[in-house]
Each structure stands twice: as C-alpha cells, then as structure tokens.
Design a protein. Structure first.
Length: 191
C-alpha cells in the first residue's frame, strides 16, 4: 500500500490473484490433476521430473535420509497441494512445489475434505489409497520456524477431521497399482 492509502500495482496484482484463487477453490473449476512429480536422494526439497514410475514402495529414484520415519509401509507416496502451497506462501513461508518433500504436487483437490482410506487413480495406471495425514518432520523448518505449527496440531495428530489444520500437512498413500505418472495427469477419486 502506498503512503496515501492506495494500493500499489503489485498489491493490486496480489489481490486479484488471491480473488482468482478463492474463486477457483470455491467453485472447483479446476479438475483434480497432478501438477508435478518430485524425487530426491533424501531431504528437502524434492525436484520435479518429467514422469515418475510409481512402484509399491516409492517413485523410482526417490529416497529418504531418515528411514526410521520415512518410506515406511503405507508411506510410498507423499502428497501436497498447490492450493496449500499458495496459502502458506501468502502466510510468509517461502515454499514451492516439491519444497515440503512431496512426491505428488496436486491441484483441484480440497485437502481439508480428504479422508483416510480414500482410493484415487492418478493418470491411467496408478491407484493409491490415502493411509494417513503426514506428520511433518523438522526438516521443513528450513522454510521458517513456525511452519510446523501452521500446518499441524494435536487435534490432527488425534485424527480430528474437524481441526482447521486437517490436511494442511499433506497425506501419505500406499500404492495399490503401479504405473507411470506425468504432470497434467487427471486424478479421479474412486472411493
């Protein structure tokens, strides 16, 4: 805002983008789809690849530094949404797709409404089942000390789907059917 109380050009653009985002979210104009497939040799961020071969245990080429907590059964895939990345960016956290260690960055899914046990088809081949809310690790505090509190709380840990933070930390999924996924692939909720 300028000293005269008028919005600057950048504030006007930010405001317009926020309204566009809210409009899209409210009316679900964006069909659910995969924005980005991400892998790394461990740690964050994970980096975009043009396609990913999804196996029962991981996206090929992906690995974890801390195998005590990561890559466990039911945690083959970590998912996070572009909408949540936009929210956290507006809150001051300098994140981007892949920054929080997700394998699949999605768009068009309301993460607060996701429930454990849902089955999704990603692209034409891959089928996953949501197994749990991701309990974020301290590794992501490189993006700001308050990020853990911004996305996760004791109510989410207890499984309270009514917590305002439900889904803000992302989800883990197990792979029911292997295959290859690419950015732009549709995501279909099967059950």
């Amino acid at each position: 805002m300028t000293s005269c109380g008028h919005l600057s050009a950048s504030d006007k653009i930010a405001s317009a983008l926020s309204l566009l985002y809210l409009h899209r979210k409210s009316f679900s104009l964006v069909p659910p789809h995969l924005i980005q497939v991400n892998i790394s040799q461990g740690g964050v961020p994970k980096y975009s690849v043009p396609e990913g071969r999804v196996t029962l245990t991981r996206v090929e080429g992906d690995d974890w530094n801390d195998k005590k907590f990561h890559g466990l059964p039911g945690q083959a895939i970590c998912l996070y949404s572009l909408e949540l990345i936009a929210e956290l960016t507006r809150e001051g956290f300098p994140i981007f797709p892949g920054a929080l260690g997700e394998n699949f960055t999605t768009e068009g899914l309301e993460y607060h409404s996701v429930r454990i046990g849902e089955t999704w088809r990603v692209g034409n081949e891959v089928v996953i089942r949501i197994t749990k809310v991701r309990g974020p690790c301290r590794t992501i505090t490189v993006y700001g000390e308050g990020i853990l509190r911004a996305i996760y709380d004791s109510e989410v840990k207890r499984g309270n789907v009514h917590s305002p933070k439900w889904g803000r930390s992302g989800y883990y999924a197990e792979v029911l059917r292997e295959g290859t996924v690419r950015p732009g692939d549709p995501i279909t909720i099967l059950s």
